[in-house]
Design a protein around this ligand. Structure first.
Ligand code: PEP
Ligand code: MG
Length: 575
């Protein structure tokens, strides 16, 4: 029976394919049938994973230094005990045999069952042990998959026609999808500016988040239409609907092709103002699409994605090679490379997820400053790569003067260490800061006095200004780039930067939203950085905009406080 579910479209376009379910919770796994003849091998695979984890924990136990706190050894003992308990090490074997399913799925079913039991426990100490169960199960899951967070595709299916249906996915999971060619993916959780959604956009396939119950309602292999523009999925469509969407899909493809012709046209308004349109990238492999879309530079390279999905962090040489590749492929066009913004929803260590309020915790520059050695390694790699083009360094999540000063001091240290080794780098490399925390936006002098340029991260700025967790689908409807506070703050940032003669860009998702292009231009923005997929659309809008016409309406919008009125004005602006 055909039915539809509504969510938030985070990447436009239409996909039509077969549903492939990945499991819920952090333990993202696929589910597939195992033939009876292979069940013995599947249980043996599960046993091997359990043994691998036992070995890992025993090694850890043996490596505890004599002076370490007693809780450390106790913690490992507890994990060994959980692993050794039949509920985790034996019951999944029975599930594999009874359900004839893969080991990951059996482990997931059993872990969910255990977690439900934990939720019912009154004793708070015991209830908190659910985290330990999750951690042990994740270790086994990792041992099964061979690499952390890996979502194995089911055997035999062509990725191209698969629509992944998940309860939740981490940004690290999604970045792995770049190796596959899924038609689309949809999730129950997540907000429009969560990093999961952002990476999804860079895959250039239709995606929807915040569907709430899709994972429960959709069955494996069902035909599913994903309309990423409208934020709706249609499951098991009837032939007429299917034909209609096939037609729309073709039209959408043709429209994209048409926009590609704008690639070499300069982004100039009707009244002759030149606008910079840059691309955001997550990995060096994204540069090709950026160049193809006509980006005249990289406005944001989210380098932290180099650090995800791997047991060991990349060293200086590996980072240098990645940065150099981007510089060389951009052929002298500016590359704004951000120091790693790890933490919050981009964790390299699973246990760190347990911070009480990760978005307000140790992330981005805060984390870098607590790990100066790791930070200097990255700075050295960046400086070495600065020789291969026009690099700018961007620091995320700055909040006070001391953070800027400390970051600049560490950059100086990195430079001096290269000087001592006689290694060349760009001595005039510009250093900029991201405006993402309202405090920094309000006291912008902190940044303008110390830095060479600014880039506004509207995703975080809105998250912190409106107090809505960008990863939480239950408050996703409150995300509002047109909130009067957002517009007032943006106008303040653009005006203050202008007065200080400091270049300012926007690199949050607002920059790639064609409905907001004229408004941002009218408020004074001249540099936009967005995912490559949005660039042709934004350029087309710039080409059809007169700054003289947008300014008065944008000014009026700044005075409006009524959200319906604001939307009406925006419509007029875009007419
Ligand atoms: C932002 O916050 O708007 C931004 C560009 O950074 P990120 O989305 O990576 O947090
Ligand atoms: Mg940010």
């Amino acid at each position: 029976m055909s039915f539809t579910i509504h969510g938030i479209g985070v990447s436009g376009g239409i996909a039509i394919g077969h549903a492939h379910l990945v499991s819920h919770t952090k333990l993202e796994v696929s589910h597939y049938d195992v033939p009876a003849t292979q069940l013995a091998e599947e249980t043996a695979r599960f046993d091997r994973a359990v043994n691998t984890v036992r070995g890992e924990l025993e090694n850890l136990r043996g490596a505890v230094p004599a002076g370490a706190p007693a809780e450390f050894a106790a913690f490992i003992d507890l994990h060994l005990m959980i692993l050794g308990d039949t509920t985790l090490s034996v019951v999944p074997r029975a599930i594999i045999e009874n359900e004839r399913c893969n080991a990951e799925w059996a482990l997931k079913i059993q872990t969910d069952e255990l977690l439900q039991q934990f939720d019912a426990i009154e004793d708070s100490y015991l209830r908190e042990r659910r985290t330990d169960v999750i951690q042990v199960a994740q270790r086994v899951m990792k041992a099964l998959s061979g690499q952390p967070g890996y979502v194995p595709p089911p055997a035999g299916d062509s990725d191209r026609n698969l629509v992944l249906v998940a309860h939740d996915l981490s940004p690290a999971d999604v970045v792995l999808f770049k190796q596959h060619q899924f038609a689309s993916f949809v999730t129950d959780l997540g907000g429009a500016t969560s990093h999961t959604a952002i990476v999804a956009r860079s895959l250039n396939i239709p995606c929807i988040v915040a569907l709430h119950h899709a994972r429960q309602l959709v069955r494996e292999n069902e035909i599913i239409i994903v309309d990423g523009t409208q934020g709706v999925i249609i499951i098991d469509p009837d032939p007429q609907v299917l034909a209609e969407y096939q037609l729309r899909q073709r039209e959408f493809g043709l429209e994209r092709q048409k926009l590609k012709r704008l690639r070499d046209t300069p982004a100039r308004t009707l009244d002759g103002a030149d606008i910079e349109l840059y691309a955001n990238i997550e990995l060096p492999g994204d540069v090709a699409l950026a160049v193809e879309s006509g980006a005249t530079g990289i406005g944001l390279f989210r380098t932290e994605f180099l650090f995800l999905n791997r047991p060991e962090l990349p060293g200086e040489d590996e980072q240098f090679e990645a940065y150099r590749k981007v510089m060389e492929e951009m052929g002298g066009r500016p590359v704004t490379i951000r120091t790693y913004d790890l933490g919050a929803d981009k964790q390299i260590d699973d246990t760190a997820r347990l911070a009480p309020n990760p978005a307000l915790g140790l992330r981005a520059i805060r984390l870098c400053l607590t790990e100066p050695k790791r930070f200097i390694t990255q700075l050295r790699a960046m400086l070495r790569a600065s020789n291969y083009g026009k690099m700018k360094i961007l620091i995320p999540m700055l909040m006070n003067a001391s953070e800027v000063d400390q970051a600049l001091l560490l950059l100086d240290q990195a430079k001096r260490s290269l000087d001592a080794e006689g290694v060349a780098y760009d001595r005039n490399i510009p250093v900029g800061g991201m405006v993402e925390i309202p405090a920094a936006a309000l006291a912008l002098g902190l940044l303008t006095k110390r830095l060479d340029f600014l880039s506004v991260g509207t995703n975080d700025l809105i998250q912190y200004l409106l107090a809505i967790d960008r990863t939480d689908d239950t408050v996703a409807h409150l995300y509002d780039p047109l909130h009067p506070a957002v517009l007032t703050l943006l106008a303040h940032i653009f005006a203050t930067a202008g007065k200080s003669r400091i270049p300012v860009a926007v690199c949050g998702e607002m920059a790639g939203d064609v409905a907001l292009t004229r408004l941002l231009l009218g408020l004074g923005l001249r540099q936009f950085s967005m995912h490559s997929a949005h660039l042709p659309d934004i350029k087309q809008r710039v080409l059809k905009t007169s700054l003289a016409d947008t300014r008065p309406i944008a000014k009026k919008m700044l005075r409006a406080t009524d959200s319906a009125k604001l939307r009406g004005m925006l419509e007029k602006l875009n007419a």
